[in-house]
Design a binder for this molecule. Sequence first.
Ligand code: MAN
Length: 565
Amino acid sequence: MKRPNELVALLGILACSTVCAAGSDGSSRPRGVGPEFAKYYKDTSTFACISNPSIKIPFSSVNDDYCDCPDGSDEPGTAACSHISASSITSDFGDGVNRTPALPGFYCVNKGHNPSYISFQRVNDGACDYDICCDGSDEWARVGGTKCDNRCKEIGKEWRKQEEQRQKSMTAATRKRKELAETASRLRKEVEDRIENLEVERQASELKIQGLKVELEEVRARERGKVVKGQKQGKVNVLAGLAKERVEELRTILLEVRQQRDESVVRAAELEAILSKFKEEYNPNFNDEGVKRAVRSWEEYAARETTGGGSNAASDRDLDEICKPDGEDSGINWEQWENEIEGETELDLIYKIAAYFPPSLVNFIEDKLSDFRKLLVENGIVADTASESGESKAVIDARNRLSSAESSLNDVTSQLSDHRSDLVKDYGHDEIFRSMKGSCVSRDSGEYTYELCWMEKTKQKSKKGGMHTTMGNFVRFSSVTVDEFDASGKLVPQEKLALEYENGQSCWNGPARSTKVILQCGENDEILKVAEDEKCMYSMHVTSPAACDIPINNGKGATGRKDEL
Ligand code: MAN
């Protein structure tokens, strides 16, 4: 089954038989076969293609540099079937033949280091691939004179050193993660305790408010009993009304009496004139005893000093004043009194008594009255009407106590609501990010310094100065698949935990900035790389102990405790 032009392979075959000893475990396997596939190559007379065992070929056709099996399994040590391994769409042409590569690649024993598989295309391609095949066994045919020395000893040594370092770092990362998880659980407990305390505070606060409402009503009722207010209901106003009526009545009577007096005075004057004339004109010689007695009486009357019963100018002026109707310019200005009275208590009027005393006594009396009033207020006997609103101090104080209790209840309620939302918030597996919330890590990249604050924001700041730009606010966890080298140096897709930051500052002519933070396990929080994948859409690759041993939940909501709630 060999073709004449497959000289290179033939040379190789001459250099080493088809069934080169390959096993580090001492077993003999064809070249390029890994220990897990050794069982297919045990029969040294016939070989059955691994994925299509009905296709059988002589064992001598194994590794003869000609691809016989549709799955390439007859050429584990050459590149003859590399077209199969290179292509991935060979599985089914409807003929029932499986064309999927049966082997992962050429097996490099790499004694002194780690065995690994290298892709068949790189077998005998004239290049030493020490990164995968440190023993150089992939270039066994020495194509173009290529000779790859076995470097596994030194490469293995360096790898072990690095691996030891990596292991140490991973151990430290795992320990840190454990500490972070403990801190997170303590912080959660603190929130739960706080909620419990706040709940007690809330209930106490509600009871206090009920009590203060009752107290306010009681104080109001009590103070209402003490305060005399209003023009209509006040006793002083009633008294003033009565006094006004009485004054009017007396004034009317006075006017009548004054008129009667004036009339009597006129009449008396007329009579006096008659009697004077009578005295002058009577005949004293006419011996009439009755007339003589009358004249004597008149003379005695006329000789008596006047008693002032008649009018004189001064008393008339007084009477004129008194008889003027009450108003602004005369008598009592009732309107002014009534206005003054409004809003005042009887007590206030009593305190004004001081105004009626001689000025020398006024200060003394005012001091005494003020002290007395204070004493009455302090002892709850009279209401304190100091406030402009007309409410007593006691009512104002009671209302202030109620308002302050209500405002503390609002505060407690809002704290409770914040803490409760915090408890149901997704903080990731083990709520690990609860302990990291608000802590930040930054990295210089290009013309910017980038900052990541866990569970909060991502920011970008120009090194030239100026304000920072928000690249997003944390919204949720998600996951991304990225290709990573595995231990054997192969790129394999790995699912990574990611944190989505969205709704950052708007981009000019573009979307609001957003950042996808892709996490990988590491000893420290460190931004490894920042990229602007599309305009204003950034990705950050970050290491953190928080990302170690985390089951990825495909970004479907909470990765931790929230699912249990
Ligand atoms: C700033 C930065 C850049 C961004 C542009 C868009 O310069 O935020 O990352 O691409 O604005 O205008």
